[in-house]
Design a protein. Structure first.
Ligand SMILES: [Zn+2]
Length: 53
């Protein structure tokens, strides 16, 4: 299973903003706000910065 179609523009995820932000500690998920980095939001439970999903 190595005959994949030619990727257009490389990996699709590259340079793409995450669709959600997630807490690395408890798994809390928050909707991503466009233009707002996940790290600027904090988990309401843990109080730590969220990560891009
Ligand atoms: Zn958390």
């Amino acid at each position: 299973m190595t005959d994949e179609p030619t990727p257009i523009g490389g990996r699709a995820r590259r340079g793409q903003a995450p669709i959600a932000c997630i807490c690395p500690q408890c798994g809390y998920e928050a909707q991503k706000t466009a233009g707002v980095p996940c790290r600027s939001m904090t988990c309401p439970k843990c109080g730590i910065p969220l990560m891009g999903k």
